[in-house]
Write a protein that binds this ligand. Structure first.
Ligand code: CP
Length: 304
């Protein structure tokens, strides 16, 4: 397979290979010269049809560290606004001899659709409410780094599970690696099918935190809601927000994660986000090595 469209399509062995490759690149990017010449013959287009800070910059940096040639595209400043289709847009970019496409898109399945209609290797950088595979990989990699392994660890994903591609990709990745997973949030933001994925449901935040080794705190994705699912932000924070008082009251020291962007004071307070129990910036740092690994492994299949 020449694509990374979702964790759903990976095996535990694939994830292990990505992590071992990322271990190597993490060592590389800590050297005084952070670059390797591996992908001098590869051209990558970064297509962002939806806003991003971490994912876009992390992919761009990963590609530069691998010495690939890159072009960047933002839908807002493109001819998409004149009515050009996704397939036409990408085929025109590919006509410039591009080998690989990294794409973020608001529509679930956009990467899968593209992979069936254009001749290039596709990496999904987040497709609507569907999957965000590199985020889940960097999240698991960060747990492995902090706790030694993912297998057997208890992870709770807290928040807006219904609209979160991060939640779904994390569930697939964590289950593949043998972690125990629960989700926690308002009933209205937990999809009915979640238990069929082998995931527990807990609607009491304290109980969920007492159970877990790691809490991954998600943002409520108001931009993906057509109607208001939960009474108010204030009520969400009261029931599902993580603050220092709650963290300190737990029986053990848990690891706190967040994929970003954070709504400080809503799902997590600043004193928790900036505490030594939080590995939020480690996640961001690991994102570069993980994306280098994914690009490198896919490129090794498309190189002449
Ligand atoms: N975590 C994440 O996907 O962040 P961005 O939306 O800033 O890329």
């Amino acid at each position: 397979v020449n694509h990374l469209l979702g964790i759903k399509y990976l095996t535990a062995k694939d994830i292990d290979l990505i992590f071992k490759t990322a271990d190597h690149f993490k060592e590389v990017i800590n050297r005084p010269i952070k670059k390797v010449p591996s992908l001098r013959d590869i051209t990558i287009a970064n297509l962002f049809f939806e806003n991003s800070t971490r994912t876009r910059l992390s992919f761009e940096l990963a590609e530069k560290r691998l010495s690939a040639d890159i072009i960047n595209f933002s839908a807002g400043s493109s001819s998409v606004s004149k009515g050009e289709t996704l397939i036409d847009t990408v085929n025109n970019i590919l006509a410039m001899k591009v080998d690989m496409v990294v794409m973020r898109h608001p529509n679930p399945g956009a990467g899968i659709f593209l992979s069936k209609n254009v001749r290039a290797s596709i990496i999904n950088a987040g497709d609507g409410t569907h999957e965000h595979p590199t985020q889940a990989l960097l999240d698991s990699y960060s747990i492995r780094e902090k706790l030694g392994e993912v297998k057997g660890k208890k992870i709770v994903i807290v928040g807006d599970i219904l609209h979160s591609r991060v939640a779904l990709s994390n569930i697939f990745a964590l289950k593949l690696q043998g972690a125990e997973v629960k989700v926690c949030g308002p009933k209205t933001l937990i999809p009915k099918y979640i238990q069929s994925l082998g995931v527990g449901v807990e609607t009491n935040l304290i109980k969920a935190l007492e159970w877990c080794d790691v809490a991954n705190m998600l943002r409520v994705q108001n931009e993906r809601m057509e109607i208001s699912y939960f009474p108010s932000t204030r009520e969400y924070t009261q029931q599902f927000g993580l603050n220092k008082e709650i963290l300190n009251s737990l029986n053990k020291e848990i690891v706190v994660m967040h994929p970003g962007p954070i709504n400080r004071g809503v799902e997590i307070t600043s004193d928790v986000a900036d505490s030594k129990q939080a590995i939020i910036l480690d996640q961001v740092q690991n994102g570069v090595a993980i994306r280098m690994a994914v690009i490198y492994l896919l490129a090794s299949k498309i190189k002449p």
